[in-house]
Design a protein around this ligand. Structure first.
Ligand SMILES: C[S@@+](CC[C@H](N)C(=O)[O-])C[C@H]1O[C@@H](n2cnc3c(N)ncnc32)[C@H](O)[C@@H]1O
Ligand SMILES: [Zn+2]
Length: 192
């Protein structure tokens, strides 16, 4: 059964979150054709709309490790060194090689932003390789025409054209952590 999770308590549009507009939108968590449960739009979004604001308050640390019932699949390793235990609904976001959303960070808060027009009922997906690193790969079932099938976590293992396409989505923290590689990529992009 679908669970409706209202992304914002107020029913009115607001610019309260660090100047980012957020419509009175809601998303629904339900069974996904990609994997397990996924996050689905319960309303239409335009490109650039903020879909939801993350709750990054639960940090996983040596002093505060995973608790019983918590899955490592729902941990996010952030480029600034924090490990966040993702909350609902964002913890159910699946990967797509042609994602409908991306993560934007502003004022220390993370948001999902629509990468294109999204209709009510569509799954909200992100590309897990953006802002990511590490020697991990896995088989993708996103089913998109652009599916890479084998997905490497490491952003810099993406095909060059896709790295360039995704350059605007890298967060400031990732740019700082991988400064030399990002600057090299920007030089390559400028030469195109
Ligand atoms: C954050 S969870 C996403 C929510 C997950 N569907 C659930 O029900 O808990 C991340 C995990 O979902 C699975 N997953 C997400 N996107 C996938 C995809 N495109 N292909 C295959 N598995 C995927 C992988 O097992 C991944 O480790
Ligand atoms: Zn895919």
């Amino acid at each position: 059964m679908a669970r409706t999770i209202v992304a914002q308590p107020s029913g009115r549009p607001t610019k309260a979150y660090n100047g980012l507009a957020m419509d009175p939108a809601s998303v629904v968590v339900k069974q996904s054709p990609i994997h397990g449960e996924g996050v689905f739009a319960a309303t239409d979004f335009h490109e650039g709309d903020v879909i939801l604001r993350f709750d990054d308050s639960r940090l996983v640390t040596d002093e505060n490790p995973l608790r019983e019932g918590e899955s490592i699949l729902h941990c996010a390793w952030l480029p600034d060194g924090r490990v966040v235990y993702a909350q609902e609904p964002e913890r159910y976001t699946n990967h797509s090689c042609d994602p409908s959303a991306y993560i934007k960070e502003a004022g220390g808060v993370r948001y999902f932003v629509a990468r294109r027009e999204i209709s009510a009922g569509e799954e909200i997906t992100i590309d897990y390789s953006i802002d990511n690193w590490g020697d991990v790969w896995w088989h993708c079932d996103c089913g998109s025409a652009r599916c890479r099938e084998t997905v490497y976590n490491d952003f810099f293992r993406l095909p060059l054209e896709i790295q360039i396409e995704y350059l605007p989505y890298l967060t400031q923290a990732y740019r700082e952590r991988f400064r030399e590689q990002v600057e090299e990529l920007e030089r390559k992009a400028a030469r195109r």
